[in-house]
Design a protein. Structure first.
Length: 92
């Protein structure tokens, strides 16, 4: 990349978010600037965000997995509490 074509940006965000992101990038072996560059390059390459924006509160991983299983028909039904408890207590 031609160093003459480099540009700087200023981003304002809360300290906690910056430090949490910095730690993740650091754990991945890069600094904050490199992490932000990777993000922006992916946005430019794909012409979309690398995640689906939503107004809904994010679901935790277990809830997301349950929603996926249900939508794919991967679930069991039980006719009684006893049969549910038996299934839960059986070693699978």
């Amino acid at each position: 990349m031609d160093l003459k074509k480099r540009s700087a940006i200023t981003v304002r965000l809360d300290y906690e978010t910056k430090e949490a992101a910095r730690k993740v990038f650091n754990d991945l072996g890069m600094d904050l600037s490199t992490g932000i560059n990777i993000y922006l390059k992916q946005v430019a390459r794909d012409k979309q965000l690398p995640f689906k924006p939503s107004l809904r509160a994010p679901l935790n991983e277990a809830t997301q997995r349950a929603h996926k299983e249900i939508s794919e028909g991967d679930y069991q039904t039980f006719n009684s509490l006893e049969s549910l408890l038996k299934d839960l207590n059986d070693d699978h």
